[in-house]
Design a binder for this molecule. Structure first.
Ligand SMILES: [Zn+2]
Length: 263
């Protein structure tokens, strides 16, 4: 099959998975099953027909409203579908012709998307995603290195889990000792351990740098805009995910540029 047809497949596959991720993001924090019952309208509870559940297209045809009760459907649904489709496409282009690497990293990124949007709306990172995510990341490096040469070895993965979890754990304990308040959540610790499991320990310094920089800039801006009365905690998880995604697509280029400055 030609490269461009495979690219279309990767995009459409991403859109479909994105539709499933919407279900996960909505149901996991409510501790509901992600397979049963089939999707219903949050407004009237009416079951959504398969022809009204086509990623993006259905949203456009229904003009963003439920067919039965006309209640508006959140723009977040088509946004997450499109985002998943585009990320699938980007990972495919980045890993081609290594299909195993594409599949592995697409599963990893899909989990990161679910974590990001749950953390943004509920300020939690569910253990039910991060802990199996740590195990899965390690197993992928073991199994894929038996089949062929995978970019990350199992040892780099183990060190990624220990270093990733350990650094944030130390920061959290230190912060609590200094201020007497708990700042960093345990969810963030497990998330960085998961990122370390999938990307290896070498990726962590740059990911931590990107996420703390972007987190401080956004945090300071929010503080300025909202004034001193800002009480809401800004979740750190989405910034760790941002760092992981930037590393995934540009990491080697950033590192080689950085090292070229000293050579
Ligand atoms: Zn409805």
């Amino acid at each position: 099959m030609s490269y461009s047809i495979l690219m279309i497949f990767a995009f459409v596959f991403g859109l479909m998975i994105g539709s499933f991720l919407n279900v996960c993001i909505y149901r996991i924090p409510l501790k509901k099953s992600i397979v049963n019952p089939p999707s219903g309208c949050p407004g009237c509870g009416e079951r959504i027909n398969f022809y009204d559940n086509i990623p993006i297209i259905s949203y456009v045809i229904l003009k963003g409203k439920c067919r039965h009760c006309r209640q508006p459907i959140s723009l977040l649904y088509p946004f997450i579908e499109l985002m998943t489709g585009l990320l699938s496409l980007a990972i495919f282009a980045n890993s081609y012709p290594d299909y195993g690497k594409y599949l592995a990293f697409f599963i990893f990124v899909a989990a990161l998307i679910v974590i990001t949007f749950i953390d943004l709306s509920h300020q939690i990172i569910p253990d039910i995603i991060s802990i199996p995510g740590i195990v899965a990341g390690f197993l992928v490096t073991v199994i894929f290195n038996i089949i062929y040469t995978y970019p990350i070895t199992w040892l780099e993965s183990i060190l990624g889990i220990i270093v990733g979890g350990g650094i944030l754990y130390a920061v959290a304990v230190g912060y609590e000792k200094l201020t007497g308040k708990s700042g960093m959540g345990g969810g963030d610790v497990k998330l960085l351990a998961m990122i370390g499991a999938w990307m290896g320990w070498r990726a962590l310094p740059l990911i931590i740098l990107i996420s703390s920089l972007s987190g401080s800039i956004i945090g300071a801006t929010a503080l300025l805009l909202a004034g001193k009365g800002l009480r809401t905690r800004i979740p750190f998880g989405p910034f760790l995910v941002l760092g992981a995604l930037i590393y995934l697509f540009f990491g080697t280029r950033i590192e080689s540029y950085y090292f070229s400055l000293f050579m």
